[in-house]
Design a protein around this ligand. Structure first.
Ligand SMILES: [Zn+2]
Length: 258
């Protein structure tokens, strides 16, 4: 299960972090690495100044005016949240501009797994079969065009009233039923970090589970759901070519058990 417990912040996924929020920039043409850094410096200075000027309104020679303290504190909290979000965006932009550290292990976002980008080993298989399967599926679709599909549990955890309660249900699927996300190769085989599986069954999972296409609407509820981690697309992308190369040489029977 790709589950976690922390509360999701307002920006739902990796892609929108790049293009929204306090550090958003006009136009989506990729910047050179140096221009990315220069823009981040300029944006930070602008944001920092706006914050200082705003907070200064509540301060006189003695410090923060007592009766304005609650408002001042509320603003400080809100700026701290913004700063946190900006750091995430900055790291995403630097990763897009410079890539991941070559040959060094990096933490898979939202997990305790350390992987070396591009090296599919046990840690990578564990991280991307439970927790970040949706990131790999997105990266695979992006690079190969192979559509993503969800492996579902037989029914919603709540047998009487879907636990997703409308908001977390799309195309008749309650979000609690999504157990795993894979890609469908043109020959019908299901592809995940462990390799190729038959069209109707992912090894290591209960046989006979329903498999449905990941529609736009299903992706939307996954992106918005606090229990699904933000997808680590940067690390996922690094595994696509090695995975495709292993599929070329492997037989369908050789998928590593999940
Ligand atoms: Zn449910």
């Amino acid at each position: 299960m790709s589950k976690q417990t922390y509360k999701k912040r307002t920006v739902p996924d990796h892609e929108s972090q790049l293009d929204s929020g306090p550090t958003a920039h006009a136009g989506n043409a990729p910047l050179s690495p140096i221009a990315t850094v220069h823009r981040a410096i300029a944006e930070y200075r602008r944001w920092h100044t706006a914050r200082v000027l705003d907070l200064c309104q509540h301060i006189d020679m003695e410090g923060v005016r007592e009766y304005e303290y609650p408002e001042y504190e509320e603003k400080c909290r809100s700026y701290a949240d913004q700063a946190d979000e900006m750091l995430d965006q900055l790291i995403s932009r630097l990763t897009a501009a410079f890539g991941l550290p070559a040959g060094e292990s990096v933490t898979v976002l939202g997990t305790n797994f350390q992987v070396i980008p591009g090296e599919i080993n046990e840690q990578a298989r564990a991280a991307f079969s439970s927790g970040q399967c949706h990131a790999l599926a997105q990266a695979l679709t992006e690079i190969t065009g192979w559509p993503a599909a969800a492996v579902l549990s037989q029914q919603c955890a709540d047998e009487y009233d879907e636990c997703g309660d409308g908001q977390q249900t799309a195309d008749g699927v309650c979000i609690c039923r999504i157990e795993h996300i894979v890609n469908v190769r043109p020959d019908g085989s299901l592809i995940d970090i462990n390799g190729a599986h038959p069209a109707d069954h992912v090894q290591g999972r209960e046989p006979g589970l329903p498999i449905v296409p990941m529609t736009e609407r299903l992706w939307r509820i996954v992106s918005a759901n606090a229990e699904w981690r933000d997808p680590d697309i940067a690390v996922a992308r690094s595994f696509v070519q090695p995975l495709l190369a292993s599929l070329d040489s492997d037989d369908i029977h050789e998928a590593k058990g999940a």
